[in-house]
Design a protein around this ligand. Structure first.
Ligand code: GLU
Length: 463
């Protein structure tokens, strides 16, 4: 059997974290089994679906690198197929026309609720052997209902939740086509899963109630029933459903805030799935390990600090040229043109250790691309008369010293010894002069990065 999974978002907004995680699991499962991953856009809700949302989903998937092998298929382009299947079902008697009006259905439900019963369609138009159906009301267009089995039960072994059994008596006859002939949501999903030969349906557990109905329809069509795995939702740290209150919920807000896709993927992979104690892993490892047995049954909690920690890990591991291409636009928005300043990759190498986001990294690099404007009070405090001779000797020797970290460090050590000074006595005023700040990487690294002429000029300005 070739594994075929799908991600089937409704394009009604951005790609949110929960959707991205579902997509990741479905993608990884296909990869793990050398299968096929399908992207299907469930756009039949015409009022809520937008082309912008389709674009946002595709962009989000692209940023994460969750490439689909087939699709995107659009349900709105498959209407003829759904109609064809409905016609077949009417012919075979697994579906029937129902002329009960929506008002009548509502009244029926009202009555059942009042009697303390579960509201359901009462089966007026359901054909049975020997049963006479009412006269068709003039001018009324029927809906099509699925003839759900009345006995027995539906059982499936959910790959996440374990065995689930629902009695058929719990389910009434689902409307599969509206009076204008358009198919309903559950029906389109079934026909698609069938036609697309989906073997594993991995989706959010908000769909678990649809599954027994979908299984019954699949069976009535003589279709193979896929494996279902319903992934619990993602909660905020406070245990509430994840929402904007907990931070960004749209995947594409994360590149905007300076997150790397590999950090996001690694983070999402661990939300509700585990492989021993592994916290940091590549997507190759994830695809080799991923199975449905290690998905947790309880909802996962979104933890922004952990995501930031992972992002820091991946920033440290990332190639500086790649980081520079991400940092440069953010940095230039802050300081303007950077081409006259130090080599950005070298600046990044100095600053990446502590950066939690690309935006952090750009901000910390920005001190190397701005004219330093040290606080006058701080300058007066650190640039005392006693250190000026050593500083001016430093500036003059900088003009000819070999330009590397080791030589700069030897120069500094020599001066500290001759002038009987401690490192901070020289380093602090130098930091202020060179960057306007007291907190910088080691002074040798800063001087090396800033370059000979700029460093000398910035120091001499104060002497
Ligand atoms: N379109 C549904 C959603 O976005 C998913 C349906 C499914 O995976 O079966 O929630």
């Amino acid at each position: 059997m070739t594994v075929r999974t799908r991600f089937a978002p409704s394009p009604t907004g951005f790609l949110h974290l929960g959707g991205a995680r579902t997509a990741l699991f479905a993608w990884a499962y296909a990869r793990r089994h050398s299968g096929t991953f399908i992207l299907r856009i469930e756009d039949t809700d015409l009022e809520r679906s937008t082309p912008e949302a389709v674009q946002a989903i595709i962009e989000g998937m692209l940023w994460l690198g969750l490439q689909h092998d087939e699709g995107p298929f659009f349900q709105m382009q498959r209407m003829d197929r759904y109609r064809e299947v409905i016609a077949q079902m009417l012919e075979q008697g697994t579906a029937y026309h129902c002329y009960t009006s929506p008002e009548e259905v509502e009244a029926m439900r009202e009555k059942q609720r009042a009697a303390g019963k579960k509201p359901r369609y009462d089966g007026t138009w359901r054909p049975e052997p020997g049963k006479a159906l009412p006269a068709i009301p003039a001018g009324r267009k029927p809906v099509v209902r699925f003839r759900n089995p009345q006995d027995g039960e539906v059982t499936w072994n959910d790959a996440v939740k374990g065995p689930i059994t629902i009695s058929n008596q719990e389910m009434d006859d689902l409307v599969i086509a509206r009076p204008d002939g358009t198919p309903t949501y559950n029906f389109c999903v079934v026909v698609d899963d069938w036609d697309m030969k989906i073997t594993h349906v991995i989706r959010g557990d908000d769909h678990v109630n649809n599954t027994p109905r979908q299984i019954n329809i699949l069976k009535s069509l003589g279709a193979e029933v896929p494996v279902y795995g319903h992934v619990p939702m993602i909660l905020g740290a406070d245990g509430e459903k994840l929402s904007k209150r907990h931070g960004a919920v749209s995947v594409m807000d994360y590149p905007a805030q300076g997150f790397l896709p590999e950090a996001m993927l690694n983070y999402l992979a661990r939300l509700g799935w585990s492989h021993g104690d592994e916290e940091i892993f590549t997507m190759e490892q994830f695809c080799a390990w991923f199975d449905l047995n290690h998905l947790t049954k309880s909802p996962a909690q979104f933890n922004p600090e952990k995501l930031a920690w992972l992002n820091n890990h991946y920033i440290k591991a990332a190639d500086n040229a790649r980081l520079a291409s991400l940092v440069r636009p953010v940095l230039e928005a802050e300081v303007g043109e950077t081409s006259g300043g130090p080599d950005l990759q070298a600046a990044i190498e100095l600053m990446k250790e502590r950066a939690h986001t690309i935006n952090d990294l750009a901000l910390s690099c920005s001190m190397f691309y701005k004219e330093p404007r040290p606080d006058q009070g701080l300058m007066a405090e650190h640039l005392i008369e006693g250190v000026k001779p050593a500083l001016s000797e430093y500036a003059s020797q900088l003009k000819s010293v070999t330009w590397n970290r080791a030589a700069l460090s030897a120069l500094m050590k020599g001066l500290l010894a001759t002038h009987k000074l401690k490192m901070p006595q020289l380093a602090m005023p130098l930091r202020l002069m060179l960057t306007g700040q007291l907190q910088t990487p080691s002074i040798d690294a800063v001087v090396e990065l800033i370059g000979r002429d700029t460093a000398v000029a910035r120091i001499e300005k104060y002497l």
